[in-house]
Design a protein around this ligand. Structure first.
Ligand code: ADP
Ligand code: MG
Length: 209
């Protein structure tokens, strides 16, 4: 299984939109990367082990300046040592907020690659509000998947939060589904891809070949 950094690199190579990310191996590099990306940034643990980073406090958002960048880096290193989590480095990312989507792929014995989508970050798991299809799916099929979601209002705009470009999103999901088939993936978790207006960026992913 690829770690989060390797997974994001792979998706970028395949032409998918990935948030600006830099793998830092020292505090100095983390500060340098933060400055290069531009504050605010997010830092997260990169481990070869499949951990839910948030569960162990392994994701720090809202890092607004150099002092906080240094502290965040130290905190992540401290946590990985305390919890004995094997560490590849600290990923520094541009902070990008919007509507969060999950795109999951799993290879099935009968259907081969099956794709799942859901909207709303952590609420997806809670509400099990997801939609499934056999890969590959074209744009039209993705639009019908989106319509099946109870939370699709979040995409279309809700209570002062502007909607997103659903056509563009559908194109992206279709591309992911074709990639899954072409590369014969066993498993892929894009969780989340964050979308605001016309822009979509993948911030977390795990891929198994
Ligand atoms: P994990 O799923 O392993 O807990 P994530 O990388 O998905 O870790 O981060 C958890 C949450 O933190 C995301 O669902 C998102 O809300 C937020 N987050 C992570 N990276 C970013 C980013 N670059 N910009 C904005 N928010 C982010
Ligand atoms: Mg995640």
């Amino acid at each position: 299984m690829l770690d989060v950094f390797e997974s994001l690199e792979f998706l970028k190579q395949q032409g998918l939109p990935v948030v600006k990310s830099f793998l830092a191996g020292s505090r100095h590099e983390a500060v340098f990367a933060s400055r290069a990306i531009g504050y605010p940034v997010v830092m997260k643990l990169v481990s070869p082990k499949a951990v839910h980073k948030t569960d162990i406090g392994g994701v720090i958002t809202g890092i607004h300046d150099e002092l906080r960048a240094k502290r965040a880096y130290d905190e992540l290193i401290y946590k990985s040592e305390k919890l004995k989590i094997p560490l590849r480095g600290v990923l520094v990312q541009e902070q990008f907020s919007g509507v969060e989507l999950i795109i999951g792929v799993k290879k099935d014995h009968v259907f081969n690659q099956v794709i799942m989508i859901g909207v709303g970050g952590i609420f997806v798991e809670l509400l099990k509000d997801v939609s499934f299809r056999v890969c590959p799916v074209n744009k039209k099929q993705v639009l019908s998947m989106i319509n099946e979601l109870r939370a699709n209002k979040l995409l279309k705009g809700y209570r002062g939060v502007k909607g997103v470009n659903i056509d563009k999103l559908a194109g992206l999901i279709s591309k992911v589904s074709r990639l899954a088939v072409d590369k014969d993936l066993i498993e892929m978790d894009i969780n989340p891809i964050i979308m605001k207006a016309d822009k979509a960026l993948i911030v977390d992913a795990r891929i198994k070949f």
